[in-house]
Design a protein around this ligand. Structure first.
Ligand code: PEP
Ligand code: MN
Length: 264
């Protein structure tokens, strides 16, 4: 397979906005779960930039568990993200949920995010493959590593080599945390594949007080970067408030991640 180390022994490097994902410096992606307003996303983008982050995240098309929850601002949200990029120079990542929307989302973002719920949406994977844009493929809620890599294969098979994998926690019997961040997956995937691995401790653990510990653990396990949900007032975040960290906690996490990356 195209994703395998046997086929491609060297690590894949993906350049976005002057930063190399998979290179020596750990990649920090951060932002709100959902884009809320222009003022809010600009305030957050400035905090990401100031802390030394590399990519701004934000959801415009949201895969909410309930159809009655806020579904995201859609294209309006992407416009806000694009303005935040103009203001800070940070490249942006946002989720696309439908094949029909890939062209639209790709017009705005630097990295297309495939969410956990869509890891096996094969028409969507083919479409992001054809877009030629960098793709971050999140692991499905109950997907094996083999299934996850096969989904990445769909994108690579469309001649798009710029795929990064994101471990975002899997479903286990444990209920004390939202999911269980599968740290095993980090070295296993790096052994099997040349694609960069990012960890998402926010969704992986689901509670803000544990996010820093699991970000550090992911980097210690060898992940090339982290993606986290941040907000100036996490309790007021429109989605995923419980797992969202504030700017002080984020600054601390960036310091910790950089120190650990220098040691591994
Ligand atoms: C998200 O990144 O906000 C998200 C919905 O993540 P996941 O697809 O991993 O649940
Ligand atoms: Mn979220």
């Amino acid at each position: 397979p195209l994703t395998s180390r046997e086929f491609h022994p060297e690590n894949t490097l993906i350049e976005v906005g002057g930063h190399v994902i998979g290179g020596d410096e750990p990649t920090i992606m951060a932002g709100p779960c959902s884009i809320e307003s222009l003022e809010n996303i600009i305030e957050i983008a400035e905090a990401v930039k100031k802390a030394g982050g590399h990519v701004l995240r934000g959801g415009a098309f949201k895969p909410r568990s309930s159809p009655y929850s806020f579904q995201g601002h859609g294209e309006e949200g992407l416009k806000m993200m694009a303005l935040a990029r103009e203001k800070t120079g940070l490249p942006i990542i946002s989720e696309v949920m439908e094949p029909e929307k890939v062209a639209l989302v790709a017009e705005y973002v630097d990295i297309l995010q495939i969410g956990a719920r869509n890891m096996q949406n094969y028409p969507l994977l083919r479409e992001v493959g054809k877009s030629g844009k960098p793709v971050m493929l999140k692991r499905g809620l109950s997907a094996t590593i083999e299934e996850w890599l096969m989904s990445a294969e769909y994108v690579l098979a469309q001649d798009n080599p710029n795929v990064m994998l994101c471990e975002r926690g899997i479903r286990t019997y444990e209920t004390a945390t939202r999911n269980t961040l599968d740290l095993n997956a980090v070295p296993v995937v790096q052994h099997l594949s040349h694609l960069p691995v990012i960890v998402d401790p926010s969704h992986g653990v689901g509670k803000s007080q544990y996010v820093n510990a699991m970000a550090r653990a992911g980097i210690a396990a060898g992940a090339t970067g982290v993606i986290v949900e941040i907000h100036p007032d996490p309790a007021k975040a429109w989605s995923d408030a419980a797992q969202t960290i504030d700017f002080d906690q984020f600054n601390q996490m960036v310091d910790d991640v950089n120190r650990i990356a220098a040691a591994v």
